[in-house]
Write a protein that binds this ligand. Structure first.
Ligand SMILES: Cc1cc2nc3c(=O)[nH]c(=O)nc-3n(C[C@H](O)[C@H](O)[C@H](O)COP(=O)(O)O)c2cc1C
Length: 188
């Protein structure tokens, strides 16, 4: 297991197409989901949940993506349709992080959404800590009602991200990071 600080200092997203199989084992998926669930959660509302997409299920979800795509682009060609069908099959494992934020007497929805973001980030970090590469993306289909229906999302639920996980084929260079001096100020 990598040193925690080193992991946090060096983590980079790995593109879905650069994530190969085999998929994480059931035990690793359980570890990833356990760590993803261990996040601050004002009111203990558990305002998030996860959907695991593996194997053929990724292509079944891809059919809903194709349907949504064809509604927008009825003239799409076979190559484009095949690409959309394979959207969730680029990496061996995809875990959808679903925000369940809803109006509450005490806890602002904003805080519930933030907790879902924390769950997604913990999920990414857990995957990296286990030696996998990961990428937190949404893409257009995260906002398509037909795709959300196919995945079983209720009206108040939203996709926080589709986290793609696999064995990293690439070791990409880092991207520019904002200098701390530019993003942090001292009050007073
Ligand atoms: C909510 C959310 C949605 C994102 N959706 C996409 C996306 O659809 N496509 C994409 O290329 N990057 C997306 N990103 C950005 C990547 O997760 C990633 O941060 C970016 O590729 C930079 O890589 P890094 O993690 O190595 O800094 C999203 C990030 C967040 C937080």
């Amino acid at each position: 297991m990598p040193d925690a600080l080193e992991l946090l200092k060096t983590r980079r997203s790995i593109k879905p197409v650069e994530l190969d199989g085999p998929a994480p084992s059931a035990a690793d998926i359980e570890t990833i989901l356990t760590i993803a669930s261990r996040v601050p959660d004002h009111g203990k509302l558990v305002p998030w949940r996860f959907i695991v997409l593996e194997g053929e299920a990724r292509l079944a979800a891809g059919e809903a993506i194709v349907a949504g795509f064809l509604t927008k682009y009825p003239q799409a060609n076979a190559e484009q349709i095949a690409f959309e069908r394979g959207r969730l099959a680029r990496a061996p494992l995809v875990i959808a992080v679903v925000s369940r934020a809803a109006p509450h007497v005490k806890i602002p929805e904003w805080e519930q959404v933030l907790s879902a973001g924390a769950a997604a980030m913990n999920l990414v970090l857990a995957a990296h800590a286990l030696g996998y590469g990961a990428s937190w993306i949404t893409e257009w289909y995260a906002y398509d009602r037909g795709v959300l229906d196919a995945l079983g999302l209720c009206a108040n639920e939203r996709i926080a991200g589709f986290v793609h996980i696999g064995r990293s084929r690439a070791r990409p260079d880092d991207r520019p990071r904002p200098p701390v001096a530019e993003i942090a100020t001292r009050f007073g």
